[in-house]
Design a protein around this ligand. Sequence first.
Ligand code: SAH
Length: 235
Amino acid sequence: MAFAHPLTAVGYIRTPFREKFGIPRQSGLVDVSGVVEMQPGFDKPELFEGLEAFSHIWISFIFHQCISQGWREQVRPPRLGGNQRKGVFATRSPFRPNHLGLSVVQLDRIALDQGRVCLHVRGVDLLDGTPVVDIKPYLPYADRVEGAIAGFAADRPQVLLDVVFSVSAQEQLQHLSSGKMLKNLIEQLLALDPRPAYQRNTATDRVYGMQLENCNVRWRVADDVAVVITVEAGQ
Ligand code: SAH
């Protein structure tokens, strides 16, 4: 039988993303904060001694919300417009054997919360509650490769949309304690146009929605402008 090795969650990451739709498609694209809460047995400061001297870390995690859907031999990467197939191992798709993910994020600080280590990070592309299976430092001399060639994903995704807020969305944001942060986050997320590629060039008055922290954000897209209609708190 092929080698098998069980994985244990050493922690779980808290992020503002309560659903998959709208999450950036790679780490580092949007300045969004997250906190890796280490689990008992892996939460002692000794395990992190020396890590504070690194600016970035690798987070290995499980795409836990895809496990029930299995994996695909070929997938359609969103950046190819969703209509070209590539081999799963040629992509960073969540629908892969073992559902293992890898993200490089900025390490802001290491905190002790009631005796348990919490890693405050930035630039996350992970769902709230994602199980983390390993943490290791990013090593520029080994991990940054000058002159690397990246096939169909050569360039950083472009900002595609301007983002504006309706009067009611602005008012709703003003009433939230985290309103400023949320507005900035919504601007960055919608500018990347989270819609499926096949919906990009069709005129539609469709309303999109995503859950960010405890808020429901609704928007519409017309002529390369995303108009945020409402930001409703309370879910
Ligand atoms: N940087 C990682 C992830 C890239 S895919 C890697 O290369 O391995 C990023 C997408 O994964 C996000 O846009 C989101 O839709 C999805 N995602 C994030 N966390 C997830 C989770 N816990 N389960 C399933 N899908 C997840």
